[in-house]
Write a protein of this length. Structure first.
Length: 100
């Protein structure tokens, strides 16, 4: 049986009750949200990567899925994200960029 007051009695969450901790966590969440929002906007507008295929810079941007029911992040060979390539995938690019 679950005793709802047990955590209070054991002070399980006291380390999270500090106002400074709560404020810091909120600030970190806001910063993460801002960074993710900026990244999504960059990808939506065709984001340059550090990857190159046959001397061509690689960009990432949205593309319809194979079934056209959702979108994916695809790899492109032009700054307008109109020349799609299967020679690279977003997963491969993300791993390579994280390693760099």
């Amino acid at each position: 049986q679950i005793d709802c007051s047990m955590c209070n009695e054991l002070q399980c969450f006291d380390k999270y009750a500090d106002d400074d901790t709560v404020v810091n966590q909120a600030a970190i969440r806001d910063e993460i949200d801002t960074n993710i929002g900026a990244w999504i906007e960059e990808v939506a507008n065709c984001k340059a990567t550090n990857e190159v295929i046959d001397g061509q810079p690689v960009y990432i941007g949205p593309i319809c899925s194979d079934y056209a029911d959702t979108f994916e992040i695809g790899a492109f060979l032009d700054e307008d994200c109109s020349i799609y390539t299967k020679l690279a995938s977003f997963g491969d690019i993300a791993i390579a960029e994280k390693a760099n």
